[in-house]
Design a protein around this ligand. Structure first.
Ligand code: NAD
Length: 504
């Protein structure tokens, strides 16, 4: 933990702290830090400057077997699964408090590991993860079961039970937050967990598991096995003793999750997948500066590596030039800088492969005839890290690759429309359906368009509202699950009906 008197207000103080931080890349199974059974490791490098951060255990099927066995033993013992909700609540509240007490350390780990600005890690990722755990802790002793309205001669109880062993597989873009979105509801409802973090950002997951132990979570309830997707990830998803799979990641891998389930024990699969969200601005909306500020903030935040980034800006042709100029002006707020500097608000892309993929999409936009208004280049190459400047394409057609594929980098595609019907048709012409946004002064239009948009969430005249109380998830190939809110409890519980005869 950072001593409270340590000054962390400058880039150099964060760099000094980064040099001192102790990194432990070992898995955490059954309450113990362990090497992979094979002894193999993989390199974890920082996208900030390419430096080696740690050697991380390269978990494989044998490690997953051990972790799932530990999770099963802890579940069957009842040490957590049969605890009173109020007891689970106290442990999870302590867990959330410990996350906040270790805010500086966790934020630094997250930033070093995946390249996001330190201020985002401090202001959003760490407190967001703590809030999620605390929210489910607070909720769990307020959720009641049901008695069905059956005839008078019988009683039917409908009770939630934990499903058992949950496999959680998460991506690298919000490593701690996505883990917390699985851990909160799954642990609160009494399950045991095996978490497989992304090989691109494994470090905070293991620290979270240590803090959970420190908070009093029994050994074996929360295990972390780092490793590659096609090794540890596949083994976890195929495991015959995993009862449910909470997956957040790409649509490509989400498809595999469903296949793994079919090939193994038909475990339930909840997929939270990619997006290509539409941000629709009508000509009756009069505050284009606010719309420009909002879309830029949402697209370029986290270097554009957000599933719900509104990367398609659909704008009425009569206001398009003005809006594009305003959004272009906003890019000055998002110049890539040193992620460890508190004043930086755009950091590094997660690794070289991701940067090359983003640059490839930029090249495809140019080849297909879109007009690159600003950006398009790698910057800060001398740092040894992977940075791409905010990029805006105008005059994009919705059938271009940059309009259809999830780029997962700081690239905005502007598509012009003539009328409301065309705007809705363009917005829905996507294999994804995560979020959308409608900007209009007219209430009837707002409701009408929101109703016709195929998306899990529709925003009206804003994009940035978010809260633990509301579900997060998509339709179509953006997935089927819902994280956050009380609805997430459904993923990690089974309904048990018990009939009792009341008359002899
Ligand atoms: P990814 O699908 O490549 O990897 C996600 C996780 O799956 C990683 O832990 C990876 O190791 C694992 N994995 C990869 N191949 C696997 C396999 N064959 N078997 C089992 N596991 C495997 O995704 P990513 O690049 O880490 O993350 C970016 C994606 O995540 C984007 O598409 C983004 O939209 C999506 N995402 C969605 C949400 C949401 O809530 N809908 C939130 C964040 C990110």
């Amino acid at each position: 933990m950072t001593p409270s008197n340590t000054d962390l207000s400058t880039a150099s103080s964060w760099h000094r702290r980064a040099m001192d931080i102790k990194l432990d890349g070992r898995a955490l199974v059954n309450g113990q830090r362990v090497d992979a059974v094979t002894g193999e490791t993989f390199e974890c490098r920082s996208p900030i400057d390419g430096r080696l951060l740690a050697q991380v255990s390269r978990g494989q099927a044998v490690d997953i077997d051990l972790a799932v066995a530990a999770a099963r033993r802890s579940f069957d013992s009842g040490v957590w699964s049969r605890q009173a909700p109020a007891v689970r609540k106290r442990v999870l509240q302590r867990f959330a408090e410990l996350i906040l007490q270790h805010k500086d350390e966790l934020a630094l780990l997250e930033t070093l590991d995946m390249g996001k600005p330190i201020q985002s890690s401090l202001d959003a990722d760490v407190p967001g993860a703590a809030r999620c755990i605390a929210w489910y802790a607070e909720a769990i002793d307020k959720v009641y079961d049901e008695i069905a309205p059956t005839p008078a001669n019988s009683l039917a109880l409908i009770q939630r039970e934990p499903v058992g062993v949950v496999g959680a597989i998460v991506p690298w873009n919000y490593p701690m937050l996505m883990s917390a979105w699985k851990l909160g509801p799954a642990l609160a409802t009494g399950n045991s967990i095996v978490l497989k973090p992304s090989e691109k950002s494994p470090l905070t997951a293991m620290r979270l598991a240590e803090l959970a132990l420190q908070a009093g979570l029994p050994e074996g309830v929360f295990n972390v096995v780092p490793g590659h997707g096609d090794e540890a990830g596949e083994a976890l998803a195929l495991h015959m003793d995993v009862d449910a799979l909470g997956f957040t990641g790409s649509t490509r891998v989400g498809r595999k999750m469903l296949a793994y389930s079919g090939r193994s024990n038909l475990k339930r699969v909840f997929n939270e997948l990619g997006g290509k969200s539409a941000f629709i601005v009508f000509d009756d909306f009069d505050d284009l500066d606010r719309a420009a500020q909002t879309v830029a903030g949402a697209v370029f935040y986290n270097q554009g590596e957000s599933c719900n980034a509104p990367t398609r800006l659909l704008v009425h042709e009569s206001i398009a030039d003005v809006l594009v100029a305003a959004v272009t002006g906003q890019t000055t707020r998002f110049q890539p800088g040193d992620p460890l500097s508190p004043s930086t608000n755009m950091g590094a892309l997660v690794d070289e492969a991701q940067m090359e993929s983003v640059l490839g999409y930029i090249a495809s936009g140019q080849q297909q005839g879109a007009n690159c208004v600003i950006g398009g280049h790698r910057v800060r190459q001398e740092s040894g890290g992977y940075y791409v400047e905010p990029t805006i394409f105008d005059h994009v057609r919705n059938d271009m690759k940059i309009a259809q594929d999830e780029i997962f980098g700081p690239v905005l595609s502007v598509i012009r429309f003539k009328d409301e019907a065309e705007a809705v048709a363009l917005a829905n012409d996507s294999s994804y359906g995560l979020q959308a946004s409608v900007w209009t002064q007219h209430l009837d239009r707002a409701h009408r368009v929101a109703r016709h948009l195929r998306a899990g969430t529709v925003h009206v005249n804003q994009y940035d509202e978010d809260d633990m109380t509301v579900p997060f998830g998509g339709v179509k190939q953006s997935g089927n699950g819902r994280d956050k809110s009380l609805h997430a409890l459904d993923k990690y519980t089974d309904l048990k009906t018990t009939w009792i005869r009341l008359e002899r």
